[in-house]
Design a protein around this ligand. Structure first.
Ligand code: AMP
Ligand code: MG
Ligand code: MG
Length: 309
């Protein structure tokens, strides 16, 4: 298999190595002590030096190996020469060794769209809630999220210097997901995870309508999907615009690869073609199981609020 892997397998293998490099950049900027914070649309929409450097690294590295793919990154950056030390050219061998699912064997670079969130959970990064932070690289084909990589740069940081810091998860439709142990919340328990820094009345009304036994408020779209696949939450409920396609593409691919679902609050799947609008205007609802229950609990007032966007 390693002789001539399919283009998409090479792309996922590169995305894995590139996400690890981006994770190292995110750690390094934190340790430098100067985050270089810029407000984008306001105090709850921040960009740091880590967001900027990580995106430069990811985009320049992937374009160098795959010049004909389309990459859409969160940050608006001036086009300039990228320093050579930001380039990562490795490809994860573990991924190159896997057999490509039949449906994706013949895909060409031109047909692939890569959605990049170089640092998801920036607000939490600036507040020291470091395990909320992820690097997200999602790969779409014909509008569907088919593969994704999530790096969690500060995984294990609370355990101190002895523990290995950071980890990388990846998944692909038809292959499964790797780099974590899949666990589920017991079926009779509803634990809802939602935003901690972008809440409003509609968000809270919708969470309450799910009749949760417990609500967890944490930062990051990637982080909330990790909670779902590791058995810490049963549903990610965010009944508001605010999340964008780069927040959901990689998480959706990994979740779908293990049989879960990510949709808007009406149960409709988002499209990841290069020309779609970036905002997930009708909210985000993600589950490992029982998706229809959560869709059925969304109150009409919340549906109305999201439709009128
Ligand atoms: P959260 O769950 O609040 O951490 O949000 C998940 C992702 O969506 C992060 O990338 C946020 O930056 C983004 N997001 C959600 N709501 C908003 C908002 N109102 N303004 C800007 N970004 C948002
Ligand atoms: Mg994000
Ligand atoms: Mg981001």
């Amino acid at each position: 298999m390693s002789g001539n892997p399919a283009v998409v397998m090479r792309l996922v293998a590169s995305a894995y190595s590139v996400a690890e490099k981006a994770g190292a950049i995110v750690r390094k900027v934190l340790h430098s002590g100067d985050l270089g914070i810029v407000e984008k649309t306001g105090a709850n929409d921040l960009q740091t030096l880590a967001d900027r450097l990580a995106q430069k690294s990811i985009c320049a590295s992937l374009y160098r190996s795959f010049p004909n793919i389309t990459i859409i990154g969160e940050e608006d950056l001036p086009s300039e020469e990228v320093q050579e030390d930001l380039i990562e050219s490795g490809q994860a061998e573990e991924i190159l060794q896997k057999s490509c699912p039949e449906d994706y064997k013949a895909l060409k670079e031109e047909e692939l769209v890569v959605w990049v969130d170089p640092l998801d959970g920036t607000k939490e990064y600036t507040e020291g809630l470091l395990d909320n932070v992820t690097v997200l690289i999602g790969i779409a084909y014909e509008g569907r999220a088919i593969a994704g990589v999530i790096n969690q740069p500060f995984y294990n940081y609370q355990l101190g210097s002895g523990a290995a810091l950071g980890r990388t998860m990846w998944g692909m439709l038809g292959l499964g997901a790797f780099g974590f142990e899949l666990r589920e919340v017991p079926a009779d328990k509803r634990i809802v995870t939602t935003t901690r820094s972008h809440s409003n009345k509609t968000v809270t009304d919708c969470v309450n309508a799910m009749e949760p036994h417990e609500v967890i408020r944490v930062g990051g779209a990637g982080n909330k999907i990790i909670q779902l696949i590791e058995g810490k939450a049963s549903a990610y409920v965010f009944a508001s615009p605010g999340c964008k396609k780069w927040d959901t593409c990689a998480p959706e691919a990994i979740l779908h690869a293990v049989g879960g679902r990510l949709t808007d609050m009406f149960g409709n799947t988002y499209c990841y073609n290069a020309d779609v609008k970036h905002m997930n205007s009708a909210g985000v609802l993600a589950t490992l199981r029982n998706h229809d229950y959560y869709v059925s609990r969304v109150p009409p007032s919340v549906q109305q609020a999201l439709k009128s966007e």
